[in-house]
Design a protein around this ligand. Structure first.
Ligand code: GLU
Length: 478
């Protein structure tokens, strides 16, 4: 058999903002295409006009662009299967519908919605599942290709050729099967002329040569219907890889908009790095089989395997995202980080000297906003009021503290190159001579910052500079 070139697609419906679930699907499809030297397609599935939300398509593209998940074919890009927006492909779906009609495998639905409601109620009263195929119009009951002309004013339904048990293989979940009740005569084309998702995506996957379909578990129950259509069209279906659900932070419920599923672009606003976001999303359901947790994008492309996608739900853990982001921050060139950090600071305190200190304390850029809001950086620019009650280390008298601060002043006065390493070395020398380093380090830190929790005194002193450091210490001693 000739190996087919791998083709994957991301086929979102523009029904609102994308959250991690949607983007993870896109990422896995992208990774699989890139790994195999294949094609990654972006296709917009906008056939349900009632559910469409304005701006969604731009939002989807913006998310993919942020994460640099570039598509080879699709909107703005073109390709051999133009257009890539389903609402612009209606003629194609009708052509496929006609193939089924000609085979006697599609028929116009004769019922009004009231009649259908009635059937549904009857089934409910009888305690049975409602199956449309039990109400097929009588003329279809014979063996032959009995048909009625479809004038496109009525919905067109699929005539399921054979009601049987369905078995298929999922690349992640293995052997799956469903009983005959999973098959029914579903709508192919609605009375408004738009195809249903159930039909349109099959036509497009066939036309676009898609080899691997990645999507969520919610599509398993409809897969027997999809397979019946492939069979009716006499086309081999693609391979299916069902992705595990993403669970809310509590690990119990499926992630939903109420349980922490937020707009992906919120993460961008919060200042996560796109490469960290990708790393995080990749691990939401994929187990690399080693201890490695930090991956650059190219490493993901190399390592990712569909066989390693897990079946159990993956918990959305933003603490882990913070950790991953911090790890990625560490690998970024200093110059680049400096620009990003300074950009986030209010103009009045945009001082490059603060960069190393900030970097040490943040895991994402929005942590800088918090530091600013909590006035954790203010003491660098405004001399703090010192609460003398808090100046002394526990168990030390005020006199002792004063004496220790004097020692610090004289040690620091002698420092030529006022850098944190040098500052640390002289202060530690003094501190080691006391019965407890805290007796020196605490009051120095506190005298410089006025804060009970702050960075270490060495870095603060370096940023303040020699004059300001000595002057703050002297003022306290006075
Ligand atoms: N348009 C579908 C959705 O957004 C895509 C499902 C699929 O990938 O086939 O849920």
């Amino acid at each position: 058999m000739v190996e087919r070139k791998v083709v994957t697609r991301f086929a979102p419906s523009p029904t609102g903002f994308m959250h991690v679930g949607g983007v993870r699907t896109a990422l896995y499809a992208w990774l699989w295409a890139r790994k195999n030297g294949g094609t990654f397609i972006l296709r917009i599935e906008d056939t349900d006009k009632d559910r469409e939300v304005a701006g969604s398509i731009d939002h989807i593209k913006e998310c993919l662009k942020w994460l640099e998940l570039d598509w080879d074919e699709g909107p703005d890009k073109g390709g051999p299967h133009l257009p890539y927006v389903q609402s612009e492909r209606l003629e194609l779906y009708k052509r496929y519908a006609q193939i089924l009609i000609n085979k006697g495998l599609a028929y116009p639905d004769p019922y009004t919605s009231d009649q259908l409601d009635e059937f549904r109620e009857q089934a409910e009263l009888a305690g049975k599942p409602f199956l449309y195929r039990e109400h097929r119009p009588a003329y279809l009951s014979g063996e032959g290709k009995n048909r009625e002309k479809w004038d496109e004013t009525k919905p067109l339904r699929f005539r399921t050729p054979e009601i049987k048990e369905t078995k298929w293989n999922d690349l992640v979940y293995g052997e799956l099967s469903a009983g005959p009740e999973a098959l029914d005569d579903f709508i192919l084309i609605k009375s408004d002329g738009y195809p249903t998702y159930n039909f349109a995506h099959i036509v497009d996957d066939i036309e676009m040569g898609v080899t691997h379909v990645m999507r969520g578990q919610e599509f398993i129950s409809s897969t027997p219907k999809f397979l019946a259509v492939y069979e009716a069209l006499e086309v081999l279906p693609p391979l299916f890889a069902t992705l595990p659900p993403i669970l809310a932070p509590d690990g119990k419920k499926k992630l939903g908009k109420r349980d922490g599923a937020k707009d992906l672009l919120e993460y961008r606003k919060e200042g996560y790095l796109p490469e960290a976001m990708i790393n995080f999303l990749a691990l939401l359901g994929w187990n690399p089989g080693t201890d490695q947790e930090i991956f650059r994008k190219e490493e993901l492309v190399n390592s990712f395997k569909l066989e390693q996608v897990q079946r159990s739900g993956a918990r959305l853990d933003e603490k882990k995202l913070d950790w991953i982001n911090k790890e990625h921050l560490k690998t970024k060139p200093e110059k680049e980080l400096e620009v990003l950090i300074l950009e986030r600071l209010p103009k009045e305190i945009r001082n490059p000297k603060l960069v190393p200190l900030i970097l040490e304390r943040i895991s994402k850029f929005s942590d800088i906003d918090t530091m600013v809001k909590e006035k954790e950086l203010e003491f660098f620019f405004v001399r703090p009021k010192i609460d003398r009650q808090k100046l002394s280390f526990k168990g030390t008298t005020a006199e002792e503290t004063k004496e220790n601060l004097r020692k610090a002043i004289s040690a620091l006065s002698a420092v030529q190159d006022f850098k944190k390493e040098e500052i640390k070395s002289v202060l530690m020398q003094v501190a080691e001579g006391l019965d407890g380093r805290g007796k020196l380090l605490h009051p120095v830190r506190f005298a410089l910052s006025g804060l009970e929790r702050s960075p270490d005194p060495f870095i603060i002193a370096e940023i303040l500079g020699k004059d300001e450091t000595l002057s703050r210490l002297k003022e306290v001693v006075k």
